[in-house]
Design a protein around this ligand. Structure first.
Ligand code: ADP
Ligand code: MG
Length: 265
């Protein structure tokens, strides 16, 4: 990769959806994600957050600019080493929990013993060991989302991208799932990029929070949180927490108002 050792890098990236509506969804923006960093991204609804994730995941090509992961251009397919977790209920309802988690490993052609070993480990880590033979419909929303995280975890990604993964969960479950994600981050040493609409979630989990403007989304601020690596959801009661979310909101509020105006126009 050109320049310093970012784990992933966007330079001058834009994304325009062609067609009759012609939506300029994103950028131009630059982004460096450091190796091992936990970066959260917040921004108004419709500002291009999912588009940003799609570009990093190789699911959408930038209209201009470049996207890099490790020493390769991201283009066309999900790069080896990147794992993506989408919104709730991306689990396959026709497969058991174990088969959901084994899905990607089978596609990758791993041998049976290795698949069993990795699936067992991921299920254990996510507290799903007893539910290996259950179907997603038999689980709560939080557990289904754990299945999706386990499915990504077994692939041993070096860069984990999550797009509002806890959006559909209740507040307590969201906090606890945040703890799971921190545990996963610490154990794997992976780089994490979490897109969320919840300022408290961003403030609690991340090393650094990127705030995006209204569409076309650009980064208007990067706010370091200053938490220690072995943090958990109890930081929400730390005295600094309120100031941190207030700072995020002061950046985000004018952009959210602008986005509302765009939606009305
Ligand atoms: N496939 C598409 N075709 C046309 N416009 C799209 C498409 N996907 C997203 N958009 C538009 O691009 C903008 C950004 O979308 P998105 O990245 O989903 O925003 P966010 O995730 O921040 O809510 C929105 O205005 C949305 O309507
Ligand atoms: Mg989105």
């Amino acid at each position: 990769m050109s320049g310093a050792a970012a784990h992933a890098r966007l330079t001058g990236v834009t994304r325009v959806y062609a067609g009759p509506t012609h939506v300029h969804a994103l950028g131009p923006l630059d982004l460096d994600v450091a190796r091992g960093e936990f970066l959260a991204v917040v921004g108004p609804s419709g500002c291009g957050k999912s588009t940003l994730l799609d570009v990093l995941a190789g699911l959408a090509a930038p209209s201009s600019g470049e996207a890099w992961f490790e020493d390769r251009r991201i283009a066309g397919t999900v790069p080896d080493g990147i794992g993506v977790v989408f919104q709730e209920d991306a689990s396959f309802p026709w497969l058991t929990v174990a088969d959901n988690v084994a899905f990607g490993l089978r596609r990758a052609g791993l041998d049976g013993a290795e698949i069993r070993r990795r699936v067992e480990d991921a299920l254990g880590f996510m507290g799903l060991g007893e539910f290996a033979r259950a179907y997603p419909a038999q689980l709560s929303g939080g557990m289904r989302q754990r299945v999706c995280i386990a499915r990504t975890l077994v692939l041993a990604p070096r860069f984990i991208l999550l797009d509002e993964p806890f959006g559909a969960l209740d507040q307590q479950t969201r906090l606890l799932m945040g703890d799971e994600l921190l545990r996963l981050w610490r154990r794997t040493g992976a780089t994490v990029l979490l897109i969320t609409h919840a300022l408290d979630e961003a403030a609690m989990l991340a090393d650094r929070v990127g705030v995006m403007s209204a569409r076309p989304g650009r980064f208007i601020a990067f706010v370091p949180t200053g938490w220690p690596r072995d943090r958990d959801s109890r930081v929400v009661s730390a005295p600094e927490f309120g100031a941190l979310t207030a700072q995020l909101w002061s950046h985000l509020r004018p952009e959210s108002l602008r986005a509302m105006g765009q939606a009305r126009a």
